[in-house]
Design a protein around this ligand. Structure first.
Ligand code: FES
Length: 354
């Protein structure tokens, strides 16, 4: 059976034709119609074009061409061609059919044209199994593919093939700083330096001022207040420097005292009047023309000897203690005062006789 499958179709056809002896198949178009009763054959019909093999392969059709399947069946059965292909039985040779036999015989004489090898599934599988190297049946049976080498390990030749060679681009030279930008940077830097310096200078100045004030306060605390007042006792000169009837006003600003050489209660004497109004403490003025002391605040008026005579002043001016010092000069002591309303002007320490 296996030997029969390995036979090609041409061989099978040759064997079938040899067995049947009917190597001259008659085409259906070559069948000559039988003559009628008059013994004259009807004129042969014109040759029709060959039908497709599918129609000719219909078994059992009288006068049709045996199909390949029929031929194969006959070959396998080993029977004669007379039994297997009754349809292929040639018709009686007739004069009209001779012309048609020639091409058929010529066809039989011709070598079998190579036809497409028709194999059934079993024969294909057998041929595949007989092969030396069967293919993989499943994906699991397939051999593992070699792992791809990493890109970094690729030879330079492969990378060169993969990517086109790009010439190296030279680095772009840096743009030189423009003059304007440099000037602006310098201006900005200068402004920042000035501002920072100003802030620092202000801070240091404030710190210095604070430190100075703290030092002054500390010194003021360490040393108590001392009045820078003139000494209470001072010399104003000799008696001859004070003429009779005169009021000396040159010591008002420095010592706050008038030195007067005048007569009081029938006695010529030199005395020192205090320049403070007995009303509210203002400083009166000496009016030489009027020969009186006049207070500018409320208008109180005092005579040359200091007795009040007008205005709101309630009492006469006060005297300081006065005496002749050891050197003959007139010395005034402001630490002691004498009031007239109290009868103190009669005290010899309240005047110096001339
Ligand atoms: Fe001198 Fe008032 S203070 S009159």
């Amino acid at each position: 059976m296996a030997e029969k499958k390995k036979m090609s179709v041409a061989e099978i056809l040759a064997a079938a034709r040899a067995q049947t002896g009917a190597a001259q198949p008659v085409a259906p178009e070559t069948v000559v119609p039988e003559p009628d009763a008059a013994g004259q054959a009807e004129p042969s019909a014109p040759e029709r074009p060959a039908k497709p093999a599918a129609k000719a392969a219909t078994p059992g059709t009288p006068g049709s061409r045996p199909s390949v399947a029929d031929i194969l069946a006959m070959a396998r059965a080993g029977k004669g061609g007379s039994d297997a292909a009754p349809a292929a039985k040639p018709a009686a040779p007739k004069p009209a059919a001779k012309a048609a036999e020639k091409p058929a015989a010529a066809k039989a004489q011709k070598p079998a044209a190579p036809k497409a090898v028709v194999r059934d599934t079993a024969s294909i599988l057998a041929a595949a199994r007989a092969g030396a190297k069967p293919g993989p049946v499943s994906k699991a049976d397939a051999p593992a593919r070699p792992a791809k080498p990493p890109a970094s390990h690729k030879p330079p030749g492969d990378s060169a093939k993969a990517a086109p060679v790009v010439p190296p681009v030279p680095p772009r030279p840096e743009k030189p700083a423009t003059k304007k930008s440099a000037e602006s940077q310098e201006d900005r830097r200068g402004f920042l330096e000035i501002a920072l310096g100003s802030f620092m200078a202000m801070g240091f100045t404030a710190l210095s001022v604070t430190g100075g004030l703290f030092t002054l306060g500390l010194a003021r605390f360490m040393f108590p207040n001392v009045l820078a007042e003139p000494p209470s006792r001072f010399k104003v000169g000799f008696k001859e420097g004070f003429p009779t009837g005169k009021v000396e006003t040159k010591f008002v600003a420095q010592y706050g005292v008038w030195v007067v050489n005048s007569e009081f209660q029938g006695l010529q004497q030199i005395y020192a009047l205090k320049t403070v109004c007995t009303h509210l403490g203002c400083t009166p003025n000496w009016l030489e023309a009027e020969q009186k002391f006049k207070c500018p605040c409320h208008g109180s008026g005092f005579y040359k000897d200091g007795v009040n005579f007008e205005g709101p002043a309630p009492r006469p001016l006060e005297r300081y203690a006065i005496r002749i010092s050891d050197d003959g000069q007139v010395e005034i002591d402001k630490s002691r005062t004498f009031q007239e309303e109290l009868g103190q002007w009669a005290d010899p320490e309240s005047y110096v006789t001339v």
